[in-house]
Design a protein around this ligand. Structure first.
Ligand code: FMN
Length: 299
């Protein structure tokens, strides 16, 4: 019987779906049986989003509260490899991603199976991946590789353009001034190269060396400034999520969260980051190096 891989993903705009299709091309062109499973929430999330809906997705994303799914159907009981493609929402796995990870059918196929994660993010995926590691560990799956594609524009520019994209559905140059939002076409195409690397290691039963090869080929990058903002942002999001979930007047609290996020994103974090770069980072070279190594790896 030929080897099999299962590819599980969710995508709103089609960006992650394009990445998945490019990534799996080498598998499809080989003798491997590739099965795709697109996650389908019973009440799917809107795209484009309204501002209210967009911010309202925060508490459940951060707290990992699942939404109801149309039951995923897997043709086999076991697979030789699973590719789990997801997008971060509020520094956490998106709600469709957390939902399938808590689905018993999916947990059954994950047991003792090597998993490669494939991320399509703006630029902040480190904290989400930590949560994915926990879900996979609980399901007794074996994380063997991680590929994280991101928007290469600066944090502030990508924060502006992603809003334009999410609220209009248009992935183009806003006002003819801003760069295109999201992951560049070139990077989306490059997913095929990473698929080839995974395929080679998969065929040679050498998945334990996969992540070092992916790191060498820049399949993921960890930037210390982003790590600094993300780890602090995640702690704050946890507090906000817990608070909003407890409150009766959810609309009001979501509005307050929206004001907080805009203030932090565009005013507070650039100032804190400047302080960090000037006065903290130079004294933490070794610690930062170790942290980067940790987040690049799959353990
Ligand atoms: C509600 C929401 C929150 C998001 N939060 C993050 C985030 O914390 N970090 C990040 O890098 N990208 C974030 N993004 C961008 C997504 O990870 C993703 O790249 C984008 O939505 C395109 O994915 P798609 O293929 O599902 O359309 C967010 C998107 C949405 C809709």
């Amino acid at each position: 019987m030929s080897k099999s891989i299962l590819v599980v993903y969710y995508s709103q705009s089609g960006q992650l779906e394009q990445i998945v299709n490019n990534f799996t091309l080498p598998f499809v062109n080989s003798d491997i049986d590739v099965e795709y499973c697109k996650i389908k929430p019973v009440n799917d999330f809107p795209f484009p989003w309204t501002s209210e809906q967009f911010f309202d997705a925060m508490p459940e994303s951060v707290a990992g509260i699942p939404t109801e799914l149309n039951e995923p159907i897997f043709k086999r009981e076991t697979y030789d490899l699973i590719v789990f493609a997801y997008q971060p929402w509020y520094l956490s796995p998106s709600i469709p991603a957390n939902s399938v990870l808590q689905n018993q059918e999916f947990k059954n196929v994950l047991i003792n199976t090597p998993v490669v994660t494939l991320i399509g993010s703006r630029n902040m995926w480190l904290m989400a991946q930590e949560q994915i590691k926990k879900y996979l560990k609980d399901a007794v799956a074996i994380l063997v590789g991680n590929i994280a594609l991101h928007d290469r524009n600066s944090n502030l520019i990508s924060a502006i353009t992603v809003q334009y994209w999410m609220f209009t559905g248009k992935k183009d140059n806003w006002l003819g001034i801003f760069p295109k939002p999201g992951i560049s076409d070139e990077d989306i195409l490059s997913a095929k190269k990473y698929g080839e690397i995974v395929l080679e290691h998969f065929k040679n039963n050498n998945l334990h060396n996969l992540q070092s090869e992916l790191i060498k080929n820049k399949a993921l990058q960890v930037k210390s400034n982003i790590l600094f903002i993300e780890s602090r942002g995640y702690m704050m999001f946890k507090i906000w999520a817990r608070t909003v979930l407890k409150k009766r007047n959810r609309k009001l609290w979501i509005h307050l969260f929206k004001c907080y996020l805009i203030f932090v994103l565009f005013i507070l974090s650039p100032l804190i980051l400047l302080f960090y770069i000037l006065f903290i980072k130079p004294f933490l070279t070794n610690k930062i190096k170790k942290q980067k190594e940790y987040y690049l790896n799959v353990n």
